[in-house]
Design a protein around this ligand. Structure first.
Ligand code: ADP
Ligand code: MG
Length: 250
């Protein structure tokens, strides 16, 4: 399974991507989590200590023209083996790089290597039977370009609000324009049985799954602890488990 989680900022991409990655790993999959968001999120929902400098920076060098490129001999397999961080349940996490107080400049080497690696993942036989779960930046920009080339399935998250739904609608259109991909709508933060259907109507897509609004998610975030460790039996955690099951049989 090769998934990318997309949606408006705040829709719950990081929580769902991190929890889903660990649920798949617990079910026995080899899982690579890809964090291409320049804002922190996935490290917390997975339960990884945020690294100071992005690890992929070590795989970057500048060419004669002063442009960043990936160092010779580093392909997707070596990049993951050397520079991915171990996360709970055996998940491996590869990160692009986070905004710093000085902006993106200090991490641009890492971002370039990450972008290069994600585009080559798809063709690497080594990862053929791995599960990949990518957490993308908010909005349609990353999905439109080649940050999620590895993905054949896009989990489109939307909350029961018009802003969230209209962004989801745009993202669905942009993602589908690439061709050969499946878009599956997941309604998040639903408050009652009718909410999921409402999200489906607002986005204009059939509802593949839904996750209830759950105070345990907010508490876990406040404590800086992954949902699966803070409240493994909470309604939201259970809903993500069901989502994983449905994705496996899809
Ligand atoms: N099912 C849920 N119930 C309650 N709060 C949620 C739920 N899913 C996400 N949240 C909260 O919504 C906010 C945004 O979630 P996050 O995963 O960071 O979104 P994104 O990565 O899409 O920006 C966080 O404060 C998170 O705790
Ligand atoms: Mg996020």
């Amino acid at each position: 399974m090769k998934l990318a989680v997309v949606g408006k900022g705040g829709a719950g991409k990081s929580v769902v991507a991190g929890t889903l990655a660990r649920v798949f790993a617990r079910r026995g999959d080899r899982v690579l989590a890809l964090d291409s968001d320049t804002m922190p999120g996935l490290t917390y929902s997975l339960g990884v200590e945020p690294a100071g400098e992005p690890l992929l920076q070590a795989a970057a060098e500048k060419n004669e023209a002063g442009r960043w490129r990936t160092r010779k001999g580093i392909g997707p397999v070596r990049a993951v083996q050397r520079y991915a961080q171990p996360a709970p349940d055996g998940v491996l996490l590869l990160q692009s790089g986070k905004t710093t107080p000085e902006g993106m400049a200090p991490v641009m080497g890492s971002v370039n290597v990450f972008y290069d690696v994600v585009q080559r993942l798809r063709r690497a036989p080594y990862f053929r039977d791995w599960t990949i779960v990518g957490d993308l930046s908010a909005g349609p920009r990353q999905s439109a370009y080649r940050w999620a080339d590895y993905a054949d399935t896009f989990l489109l998250l939307a909350e029961p609000t018009w802003k969230s739904a209209l962004t989801a609608r745009r993202i669905a259109r942009i993602v589908r324009s690439r061709g050969g991909v499946t878009v599956l709508l997941v309604a998040n933060k639903t408050r009652n049985d009718a909410d999921a259907a409402t999200v489906g109507e607002m986005v204009g897509e059939p509802v593949f799954g839904w996750i209830p609004s759950d105070p345990a998610v907010v508490q876990a975030e406040r404590k800086g602890v992954p949902l699966l460790d803070h409240a493994p039996h909470s309604p939201a955690a259970r809903a993500v488990e069901q989502l994983a099951e449905r994705l496996s049989s899809h």
